[in-house]
Ligand binder design. Sequence first.
Ligand code: ADP
Ligand code: MG
Length: 233
Amino acid sequence: FSYSVSHDLRAPLRAIDGFGQALVDDFPEHLPGEAKRYLSRIRASTQHMAQLIEDLLKLARVSRGPIERRTVDLGQIAQQVVGELQQRDPGRAVEVSAWDGMRAEGDPHLLRVALENLIGNAWKFTARSAKPRIEIGALKDRGRTTFFVRDNGAGFEMAYADKLFGAFQRLHSATEYAGTGIGLATVQRIVHRHGGRIWAEGEVGKGAVFFFTLAIAGEEAAAAEPVEEKAHG
Ligand SMILES: Nc1ncnc2c1ncn2[C@@H]1O[C@H](COP(=O)(O)OP(=O)(O)O)[C@@H](O)[C@H]1O
Ligand SMILES: [Mg+2]
């Protein structure tokens, strides 16, 4: 449902934005300054709404369809994502470290979308840090791997740590940090579809860490091959 609605909303929105631009372009001398300012507000709003629709479409897409299970190199995907962010934002100097050999079992496309959102957030919320740093790594404990994306950016109040994953939930103002609040809902959906868990820790002004697990390899193997698992156990 949200997929087709989002889809149909795009065309009229493009028309509103396009004619707004046409007004500015075709009547440069006729429009008083105040009218131009109103028009630019209208266009900023339509563009924000277009982004909302785009993000809702992405959320709908990651929720549908079969999920692939492959061995994925999360470190490599992280490097690519960082490369793209740097290219889009060449003025930023962010120190990024992505650990090597972070293998995961999961859907390559969905895991990329998850990392795009988490690393994209880390990138965005370190925009005002003196020495922005992002670390993407993995913690291993008894065969269970917890991946994390850590930054030293704006952080957030721990009291709201669970709220962040709800759609449209934002703790920072749009004027300070642009966004729609749909990214983490998308990441959570992806992680849940993999049978994993996601949670966050943060401190205002110090930074944030987002942790996630995917299905526990041992449990998956146990479900698929009970005899094998026993033999090893
Ligand atoms: N790395 C981070 N550091 C601080 N706050 C964060 C971080 N990532 C997410 N948040 C908080 O969670 C909210 C929701 O994130 P998200 O769903 O990705 O929305 P958006 O990026 O569009 O704001 C953000 O608006 C912000 O308040
Ligand atoms: Mg985001």
